[in-house]
Design a binder for this molecule. Structure first.
Ligand SMILES: Nc1ncnc2c1ncn2[C@@H]1O[C@H](COP(=O)(O)OP(=O)(O)OP(=O)(O)O)[C@@H](O)[C@H]1O
Length: 253
């Protein structure tokens, strides 16, 4: 097997006396889409926050391509290749849709810049940004201010920004949450496309079991902050611990 692009080792965070993520160790590989499931409060989002750097670990470590990034902040982790579609917190509401994506393209161009590369012209940046808007079916909202977008369009824009950043590790936190039924397929198709390219390491937190089934190469189950199952979807779905801890519970709508 290839080297993991992302690893966590005994990753732990305590809030007062509560251990929200408890010694979670896992390796994530390029070309694999891992879905993290678990009941409400299991620690899924907190685990994501520890990986992307939104929260500092109490103990344990996070590694990107073998480099220990545990002490790096979120911005540094982004430039190193960890990209996350946040829950609408990384959008600039007073800028237009195209400007939001243009900034991501520009930031990516800067990260990738070395002494042999050249700056993109403004028109090149815009045409790249337009390409990502087309991929998420938002081209017709190009000049709309983000504040005026529907919830579903904002989530699609987040995905366009994530794609534009071209991170090695892509993290999606319930990407279709709050979307209308007709908006969901666009985002799921995109995640399918990213998965089909097989070069990215993709992590997804998801409650909807139909989405989990259609996308997962691997499932990790968290329960009370602890990793209780990790394996291929058929194995994990069939395990007694999952049946008891999670799948027995009513599915989220
Ligand atoms: N900043 C914080 N301060 C105190 N407790 C927190 C904080 N963030 C999360 N927690 C607690 O950590 C636990 C795990 O929360 P987390 O949001 O990661 O769960 P989750 O699995 O993502 O749940 P959900 O599926 O409902 O989103 C919960 O008990 C939560 O209350």
């Amino acid at each position: 097997m290839t080297t993991p692009s992302l690893s966590t080792r005994d990753l732990t965070i305590r809030f007062g006396g509560h251990v929200a993520v408890n010694q979670v160790s896992a390796d994530f590989y390029p070309g694999t889409l891992t879905v993290i499931v678990g009941p409400n409060g299991a620690g899924k989002t907190t685990y994501f926050n520890l990986i992307s750097g939104q929260l500092p670990a109490s103990s344990g470590s996070v590694h990107l391509d073998g480099v220990d990034i545990t002490r790096h902040g979120a911005a540094k982790r982004t430039t190193m290749g960890i990209g996350r579609a946040f829950q609408l917190t990384n959008l600039f509401p007073n800028l237009t849709v195209i400007e939001n994506v243009r900034l991501a393209v520009q930031s990516r161009a800067r990260i990738g810049m070395n002494m042999f590369s050249v700056w993109f012209s403004h028109s090149e940046l815009i045409s790249r940004a337009e390409h990502y808007l087309e991929r998420v079916a938002l081209a017709d909202r190009r000049d709309t201010k983000v504040a005026a977008l529907s919830h579903g369009d904002k989530r699609k824009l987040e995905v366009a920004i994530l794609l534009a950043l071209e991170p090695e590790v892509m993290m999606f936190d319930e990407p279709t949450a709050g979307m209308s039924v007709d908006e969901v397929p666009v985002v799921l198709d995109l995640i399918h496309q990213v998965k089909a390219e097989r070069s990215k390491t993709v992590l997804l937190v998801e409650h909807k079991m139909d989405v989990v089934r259609s996308l997962a190469d691997r499932i990790i189950v968290l329960h009370n902050g602890t990793l209780v199952a990790d394996g291929n979807p058929a194995e994990v779905m069939a395990s007694a611990i999952v049946q008891e801890a999670y799948l027995g519970a009513p599915e989220h709508a």
